[in-house]
Design a protein around this ligand. Structure first.
Ligand code: SF4
Length: 485
């Protein structure tokens, strides 16, 4: 059992994230006493100085590690900065006390956010590279290899980020249907129906929503269109064609369709994509081990992946991406590296390496029936794949982290130089507005100023709710995107 006792309960979610870096626990209780068994994390913000924090970790009632940390002070009148620096002090302090208790450091130190590259870039822009490096190394305790990774990604992303103007946006179109449910999936996608009525109704609503906003989009330059999911190619050709045609009308230079499941890819569907100007697709094997594919509920084999990859090559898309997941149950570092090598034989322009995240809403999160890789094994898979991909000419170009990732690692998108996906950079770095259509899709308007402001307009997640309320969703986005910069 792990309990937290803090006098800053307003930060408790973030503090629990720090604790979960060390303990594989979903539930962290709040208690007023020090437990006789298990761990108690006792954290205090100083009564006089809100930027000075102390933490003591007790194991079975006895002190096992302690730390104190003082963050740079901020004026209470600067509300966001005041809260940010107090929260930073609390997190760093708890992290350092836990390092002492556990006797081990974490590769990302006390950083728990989704977008470390964004934080690195923003610090770099405001305070220079040396200060950014110092902050990550000396305050957040991030390891040197991770700092080097962030710096190299920031370097690759710079021209894409610098090219954004306030009158540009990206378009996202979501298709929340799949042919089967992967055991690690926590996304609210639905299975395709036999007759396809549900999908048809959904596509009707989606196109209605896009139609309602077309006039507004006319005032912007669309730099990228991304049709994602779910699995867009799970739609029957007729519905797929309607959606892709709607995307093509934005005439964006970059046009991506996530084909995803190899078993949904046919020549007829690739003909549709190619004829409508799609220039990037992804075909995701996740692993090339058939036993693992079966274990994780994918409805295709490795052979079907190779066949789909070969078929797609004939269409000469500008870039093909292939996703892999490290840390799938039953897989060793050798097995994962073998999948990396198999994928490289297909010569894709992009390869994305995800680290398995076990979310509560997934089949893996609900059943405790599998043996997963340890954090050390996952780290080995990550570093060996990075080395192998570097030899093959692939460089990391975007990354993000999620909760509950094995070893608290990261997802990394690799690309051959010049083939980076603009949309992936834009969505992770939040430097370009995104107008998103479909159930669960989140639109973001970026208001560039000295202190960049981002406002969001999410769509309802459930498909019937989205279909019923599509006009309301469109109205909300209209308001957001009509607001002057
Ligand atoms: S293909 Fe993606 S969205 Fe569909 S079930 Fe698998 S993980 Fe979930």
């Amino acid at each position: 059992m792990v309990v937290l006792n803090t006098n800053t309960p307003e930060f408790s979610n973030d503090l629990c994230d720090e604790i979960r870096l060390f303990f594989d626990v979903r539930k962290i209780a709040y208690e007023d006493t020090i437990l006789a068994g298990g761990y108690t994390i006792w954290h205090r913000q100083d009564a006089e100085n809100p930027f000075f924090h102390t933490c003591r970790v007790y194991r079975d009632g006895s002190p096992a590690g302690e730390a104190a940390y003082e963050a740079e002070a901020a004026e209470p009148s600067s509300v966001l900065q005041y809260k940010k620096m107090r929260k930073r002090a609390a997190k760093i302090c708890i992290y350092r006390a836990l390092v002492k208790a556990a006797g081990e450091e974490k590769p990302w130190g006390s950083l728990t956010g989704i977008r470390p590259t964004k934080l690195m870039r923003e610090t770099w822009e405001k305070e220079g590279q040396a200060e950014a490096e110092r902050l990550f190394r000396e305050e957040f305790d991030v390891s040197q290899p991770k700092i080097r990774l962030l710096e190299s990604i920031c370097g690759v992303q710079r021209p894409v980020i610098d090219s954004v103007t306030p009158t540009e946006l990206d378009i996202y179109i979501g298709i929340p249907f799949c042919t089967s449910r992967c055991a690690y999936c926590s996304f609210s996608s639905a299975l395709t129906s036999k007759k396809g009525d549900r999908e048809r109704e959904y596509v009707d609503a989606l196109l209605r929503e896009i139609g309602l906003l077309r006039e507004i989009i006319g005032g912007y330059h669309v730099r990228s269109v991304y049709i994602g999911g779910g699995t867009p190619t799970a739609l029957v050709p007729e519905q797929l064609e309607r959606v892709v045609r709607a995307g093509a009308e934005f005439a964006a230079p970059e046009f991506t369709v996530e084909a995803g499941r190899p078993d949904t890819i046919t020549a007829q569907k690739l003909d549709i994509l190619k004829s409508m100007g799609v220039n990037r697709i992804s075909i995701n094997p996740q692993t090339t081990c058939d036993a693992t594919l079966e274990r994780i509920g994918r409805s295709h084999s490795a052979r079907e992946f190779f066949a789909a990859a070969e078929l797609a090559r004939r269409y000469d898309f500008q870039a093909v991406n292939m996703d892999l997941i490290l840390g799938l149950p039953g897989e060793t570092p050798e097995m994962f590296l073998s999948s990396v090598k198999d994928v490289m034989t297909q010569n894709p322009e992009n390869i994305t390496v995800h680290t398995l995240a076990i979310k509560r809403a997934s089949a893996f999160g609900m059943a405790n029936a599998h043996r997963f890789a340890s954090g050390a094994q996952a780290e080995q898979m990550l570093s060996e794949s990075m080395a192998r991909l570097a030899e093959g000419g692939y460089a990391p170009y975007y990354m993000y982290r999620q909760k509950y990732m094995t070893g608290n690692l990261e997802n990394i998108g690799y690309a051959r130089p010049g083939t980076e996906c603009i949309y992936n950079i834009d969505i992770m770095e939040e430097t370009c507005s995104i107008l998103a259509f479909g159930a669960g899709a989140i639109s973001k308007r970026v208001f560039p100023s000295a202190q960049t402001r981002i406002e969001r307009a999410p769509c309802v997640k459930d498909i019937p709710g989205y279909i019923a309320r599509v006009e309301e969703m469109a109205e909300r986005k209209k308001k957001l995107f009509c607001e002057p910069v």
